[in-house]
Ligand binder design. Structure first.
Ligand code: MEV
Length: 326
């Protein structure tokens, strides 16, 4: 049996503006999705997802036969099937498969849960079918097929950072650049509220259609601060980075994607000593990210808890997808 795991992500700066212009700075975080894959006699793909109480069989015509959980669960499990089929297509190897998925990443909260599952699936199935680890570039491309099912035409940020780990800068038309970060002390505050990235991107687009010049100015300001934050991060200037995160949260609120829960966590984290705090990902629920030096970590985590959030001590990680035979 093959086991693969891949990390989730948090956007440090540049969400929403990156859809239009300017860079996004994205970090892999050490919450991981795990996939176990093995061959199974018979036709099709059996998938088990105990976290969501679902298991079932996709037959070779793509029909879903639930074993546990309702038939509507096919929608959650389908990206895994699509990624496994894409790996089979590329490797010209069709097999019956059994795949089990477990994830530490809260789903639909902007932490790249679906991409981490797709990346780990691509890596596990690729190794199972070919007997060797696929090149990371191929894992990343195969995983993108799963992301397209979940998100339409995403930028590809999530599957990239989940495949390679570490810190990435991404800009439309310029692509991805992986860069070195020594240490980045983070706390993530989870609101527990799921949301749809596509819906929030569309909400910002509608605002732009109504107030083009104003919204363009906000997007330009986010693009500018992401550029400056990228420099501050590379120089290890955490104080400056924190200030830029605070400004970014204000601008994202102006775009209408913050919520009272996110604002409460952001202000609680700042009052408890965070160098900076902002929502991360598309907003509308999901999570905040706070930059917190070691002595203040306990206090900031407690402050987030007091306002109803769940602090996740998910640090930055350099480790991307990993595969092993067990
Ligand atoms: C969502 O994680 C980040 C957004 O900028 C959308 C995207 O870049 O695809 C809101």
């Amino acid at each position: 049996m093959i086991h693969a795991s891949a990390p989730g992500k948090a956007i440090l700066l540049g969400e929403h503006s990156v859809v239009y212009r300017g860079p996004a700075i994205v970090l892999a975080i050490d919450l991981r999705a795990h996939i176990w894959a093995e061959e199974r006699g018979g036709d099709g793909i059996w998938i088990e997802a105990p976290d969501i109480g679902a298991s079932g069989h996709f037959d070779s015509s793509g029909r879903y036969h639930p074993i546990r959980g309702g038939s509507e669960r096919w929608r959650s499990l389908n990206p895994i099937r699509v990624v496994a089929l894409e790996a089979m297509r590329r490797l010209e190897a069709a097999r019956g498969l059994r795949i089990r998925v477990e994830s530490e990443i809260p789903p639909a909260e902007g932490l790249g849960s679906s991409a981490a599952i797709s990346v780990a699936t691509a890596a596990a199935v690729g190794r199972l079918l070919s007997g060797e680890n696929l090149p990371k570039e191929m894992v990343c491309e195969i995983a993108y097929e799963g992301e397209r099912i979940v998100h339409g035409t995403p930028s590809g940020i999530d599957n990239h950072v989940s495949t390679y780990g570490g810190a990435l800068r991404y800009e439309r038309g310029k692509g991805f650049e992986r860069f070195k970060v020594e240490e980045l002390p983070l706390i993530i505050g989870d609101s527990g509220r799921r949301r749809s990235t596509g819906g929030l991107v569309a909400k910002v687009r509608r605002l732009w259609e109504r107030h083009r010049e104003v919204v363009d100015a906000i997007i330009d300001a986010i693009a500018q601060l992401s550029e400056e934050g990228y420099k501050a991060l590379r120089e290890g200037n955490l104080k400056r980075l924190g200030e830029l995160m605070d400004i970014d949260h204000g601008l994202l609120s102006a775009l209408g994607v913050s919520t009272p829960e996110l604002d409460r966590m952001v202000y609680a984290a700042r009052s408890a000593g965070a160098l900076g705090a902002k929502l991360t990902g598309a907003g509308g629920g999901g999570c905040i990210i706070a930059l917190v030096e070691q002595p203040d970590r306990g206090r900031v985590a407690e402050a987030i808890r007091r306002v109803g959030g769940r602090p996740l001590r998910a640090g930055f990680t350099d480790i991307g997808v990993e595969v092993e035979e067990i």
